[in-house]
Design a binder for this molecule. Structure first.
Ligand SMILES: [Zn+2]
Ligand SMILES: [Zn+2]
Length: 320
C-alpha cells in the first residue's frame, strides 16, 4: 500500500508497505481522507525524535475488518491515544496520559496510508449525513472542546485567543459558542479576516512596544487567554494580557522550549491549564448540526506530500 513514512529526518513516500494486520481488539480501517496537523509539521522538525513510522492522526476511514460487526462498512473517525488499560491513568479516565500509551502517527503507525489498524474502542462512527470532508475536523475540534471540559467559561467575561491558524480557528469557534466576548490576536491580517464573523480581531503588533509588550489597563486584559500560536513566544504574550486571577489555557505543542519569568503567575494568582486531546462525540454533534464551520480542506495525492505540507491553505490533506 501507499504510505508516508517518517524516517527520523524527513517524510518518505513509499508504495510497497504491507497492509497492516489487525490484532485482537483492533479494527482495520481503509483511510478515505487524512489531514495534516501542525503536530505533523512539528514531527518533521524533531518534535518526536524517537518516532519512526507512518505519519498522521487526523482521518476519516471505513472499517473493513473488526470483531464488532456493527462497524463493518461504517465511516468512522478515531482517537489517537491507546493506553495499557491497566494503570491508574487508564483506570481513572485518563487513558491519553497512560505512560505506555501508543499514539498513532507519533509512536505507532498513523493514517497517512491506505490502511491503518486502530483499537476498536477508539473508533467513533460518523453520523449519517455528515460529509467526510467535514468529519475530518473531528479530532482538532475535539481538542478545542477539551477547553470547555477543563475551564468554566463565564459567558459574561472576555476571552482572547492567541494565534490565527487552524487550531486557533477551532478554539475561537468553540469559545464563541459560549457567548463570551472574544478577541483573536494574530500576525496575519489575511488569516484574521476569517475570524471576523464571530470575533473581534487584533494584530500582535498592537500589543508590542519597543522590545517588549505594551502595558495594558485591566479593561484591555482578558479573563481567559487560550494560547494556540504554535510557538514559544505565545505564552509571553498570554502572561501579558491575562487579568489578575485570570486563566491561561496552553494548547500549543512545539519542538523547543521557552524561558519565562514565572513569578508573575503566583503574584497575579494566574491559573495555567494545559490542554490536549478532547471528546469526539460532542465534536461530531457540532459538525453534524453545523454549529461550527471550516474552510474546505485542500486535498492532494499522497505522493505530492511535499506540496501538501508546504500548502498555505487553512487545512491541507490527502485523498486516498
Ligand atoms: Zn492534530
Ligand atoms: Zn495505562
Amino acid at each position: 500500500m501507499k504510505a508516508l513514512y517518517y524516517d527520523g529526518e524527513k517524510a518518505v513516500y513509499k508504495e510497497d508497505v504491507p497492509v497492516p494486520e489487525r490484532s485482537e481488539g483492533e479494527s482495520l480501517i481503509k483511510i478515505l481522507l487524512a489531514d495534516i496537523c501542525s503536530t505533523d509539521r512539528e514531527i518533521l522538525k524533531g518534535y518526536r525524535p524517537h518516532f519512526r513510522g507512518i505519519m498522521g492522526h487526523e482521518f476519516v476511514g471505513e472499517v473493513v475488518e473488526s470483531e464488532d460487526q456493527r462497524l463493518i462498512g461504517r465511516k468512522v473517525v478515531g482517537e489517537l491515544n491507546k493506553g495499557c488499560g491497566r494503570c491508574i491513568y487508564c483506570l481513572t479516565g485518563r487513558e491519553k496520559h497512560c505512560l505506555s500509551r501508543e499514539v498513532i502517527g507519533m509512536s505507532r503507525d498513523g493514517c497517512f496510508a491506505e490502511y491503518m489498524t486502530l483499537s476498536t474502542h477508539l473508533i467513533h462512527p460518523i453520523p449519517d449525513g455528515l460529509p467526510i470532508e467535514r468529519a475530518v475536523f473531528t479530532e482538532p475540534l475535539a481538542a478545542a472542546l477539551e477547553i470547555t471540559k477543563q475551564v468554566h467559561i463565564d459567558p459574561a467575561g472576555n476571552a482572547a485567543v492567541i494565534g490565527d491558524g487552524r487550531l486557533a480557528y477551532m478554539i475561537a469557534q468553540v469559545l464563541a459558542l459560549t457567548g463570551v466576548s472574544l478577541t483573536v490576536i494574530g500576525k496575519h491580517e489575511d488569516k484574521l479576516k476569517l475570524f471576523e464573523p464571530f470575533a473581534k480581531t487584533a494584530l500582535l503588533s498592537d500589543y508590542l512596544e519597543g522590545d517588549g509588550f505594551k502595558s495594558l489597563t485591566a479593561d484591555q486584559c482578558f479573563e481567559y487567554v487560550a494560547e494556540c500560536s504554535g510557538n514559544a513566544s505565545g505564552i509571553q504574550l498570554a502572561l501579558n494580557i491575562v487579568r489578575k486571577m485570570g486563566t491561561i489555557i496552553l494548547k500549543s505543542t512545539y519542538a523547543g522550549s521557552s524561558s519565562l519569568d514565572m513569578s508573575i503567575i503566583p503574584v497575579n494568582e494566574i491559573t495555567v491549564v494545559g490542554s490536549r486531546c478532547g471528546p469526539f462525540e460532542p465534536a461530531l454533534k457540532l459538525l453534524k448540526e453545523e454549529k461550527v464551520s471550516f474552510p474546505d480542506v485542500e486535498l492532494y495525492e499522497l505522493k505530492d506530500h511535499e506540496k501538501a505540507f508546504a500548502s498555505p491553505a487553512f487545512k491541507a490533506g490527502f485523498r486516498f
